[in-house]
Design a protein around this ligand. Structure first.
Ligand SMILES: Cc1ncc(COP(=O)(O)O)c(C=O)c1O
Length: 480
């Protein structure tokens, strides 16, 4: 694996951070106007366009707001962001997974008309480039009629693999198109990887909390989950993982390192590198789920752990479900040395991924509109997360803790001790609001007083009323 570009802080981010610090220190107070662009450009010795990019970033973070023909002002409601949850502390013992059927209720809730979808991590259609995707689908049906009716046996469409190989350079990975296998979404990619590297009874090390879809696959394959303590900003604890490796015969490790679901952190590059090295020393494959990697709030695509892979022991999984369309069901794996097993597993599972969506996505990517779309939607998600976090800090009891994601679109909320996420889940569902209760993110049903909220829903009065209602539920004692 050759390394591509490393993440570097861009000038406009440095300017934005400088201005944010000045706001925090009270140099500019809520409601006050920031100096004009020319003055700031002199102050920071940067171009006017850099200042404008910094303004956009601060606006996305919810710190400042533009007033037409007047300039940028510090938001009057610059709010005290709630405290973040602490490092997690799961039981250091492999466990068979139970209770994952509940996660099915979340997907069922998405089918109910009128439901406020704060549960499943699915973007509302208004955030997706559905029209452009439909145009690409039409173009393919018109121009590639025969081709789109044929099987695209593994590894999948060559056009799409070439486009993905180009995009993977942004994640620091130089991968030949022939080393990519197209799958039906990231969920299938994860299942194929686990099947390729482990068999019944094997132990898989996971972040805690972790994405419930991963737990469901681990459960269905009869594997055991070993939940590793995880920091809300830095990700899986490498010290805890080291100890666990000494104690247990871990067969594989699976992480969502970039804009983690549910905690929203981005693992520092140095941790990704150390993780890959540690696992390589112990001959443990790493399954990396990077499905949110393109959704950085600071418009900076983080590198993947895969970029540190030197011997093909990192299996990289992703999809277009969080960016282009969950319904097209197109994802991929870069399986490293497990290529043959993954192609075979894909073939015996479903023969092939449907051809039409593969060709349509290849067409969309080839037209070059993906980056433009990403620039826009990243800002939207940053604003959504800021707005919903603000509403939670307003309507939930004091002492409620909320993660501070740096990408993606979910927040993880720690309610007061004694609050019961499952009771809140039932009561909210009865009121037409779906949320994801904490226990489904754990093999051993920890996180009984946590909930996850999907912020990719348009902000309106109904949504604010839903947060207010959840806040009221969070105030109640479990028995009331
Ligand atoms: C971390 C993570 N991985 C994988 C998936 C599933 O992705 P797909 O819809 O592409 O199968 C999700 C969806 O919620 C997710 O959050």
């Amino acid at each position: 694996m050759k390394r591509g570009k490393q993440a570097v802080i861009k000038r406009y981010e440095q300017v934005a951070n400088g201005l944010a610090e000045q706001i925090e220190q009270g140099v500019y107070l809520p409601g006050e106007r920031l100096p004009g662009v020319r003055r700031l450009s002199k102050q920071f010795s940067v171009s006017i366009s850099t200042i404008m990019q910094a303004h956009q970033l601060l606006e996305d973070r919810g710190l400042i707001q533009a007033r037409p023909r007047s300039g940028y002002y510090v938001r009057t409601s610059v709010w005290q962001a709630p405290e973040q949850p602490a490092m997690t502390n799961p039981k250091p013992k492999p466990a068979r997974i139970t209770g994952q059927q509940m996660a099915m209720q979340l997907s069922q809730a998405t089918r109910q008309p009128g439901m406020i979808q704060l549960g499943a991590a699915i973007p509302h259609h208004s955030f997706l480039p559905t029209r452009a995707i439909n145009r690409a689908l039409l173009a393919v049906t018109r121009h590639q009629q025969r081709r789109s009716a044929r099987y695209e046996f593994p590894p999948g469409s060559a056009e799409l693999r070439q486009q993905i190989a180009r995009r993977m350079l942004d994640a620091g990975c130089q991968v030949a198109p022939s080393k990519i296998v197209i799958t039906s979404g990231c969920q299938e990619a994860l299942a194929l990887c686990l099947r390729a590297v482990a068999k019944t009874g094997d132990i898989i090390a996971l972040e805690s909390p972790t994405f419930y879809g991963l737990l469901q696959v681990v459960e269905s394959l009869g594997l055991k989950a070993l939940e590793i303590p995880t920091h809300p900003q830095h990700g899986i604890s490498l010290d805890a993982l080291k100890l666990a490796i000494e104690q247990w015969p871990i067969k594989a490790c699976a992480i969502v390192g970039n804009f983690n679901n549910p905690m929203g952190y981005c693992m520092p590059d140095s941790n990704k590198q150390a993780l890959v090295k540690l696992l390589r020393q112990h001959h443990i494959p790493l399954i990396e789920d990077d499905v949110y990697g393109d959704l950085a709030f600071d418009h900076h695509r983080p590198i993947a752990a895969k970029s540190f892979d030197t011997d093909g022991s990192v299996l990289y999984c992703s999809s277009f479900s969080k960016t282009l369309s969950p319904g097209l069901r197109v994802g991929w794996v870069v399986p490293g040395k497990y290529q043959e097993q993954i192609e075979y597993q894909k073939y015996i599972t479903s023969l092939a991924t449907p051809t039409l969506p593969q060709l349509a996505i290849a067409d969309f990517l080839q037209r070059g509109s993906y980056d433009r779309y990403l620039r826009q939607v990243r800002g939207q998600y940053a604003r959504q997360v800021a707005q919903i976090t603000q509403a939670v800090s307003k309507h939930f009891p004091e002492g409620t803790k909320v993660t501070r994601p740096v990408g993606g679109f979910v927040i993880w909320i720690e309610l007061l001790e004694g609050a019961d996420a499952l009771v809140i889940f039932d009561k909210a569902l009865a009121k037409g609001i779906s949320i994801a209760p904490g226990p489904i993110f754990s093999a051993t049903q920890k996180y009984g007083n946590f909930i996850r909220i999907n912020c990719a829903q348009p902000w309106d009065d109904r949504l604010e009323a839903a947060i207010l209602f959840l806040g009221k539920l969070a105030h109640r004692r479990p028995s009331s």
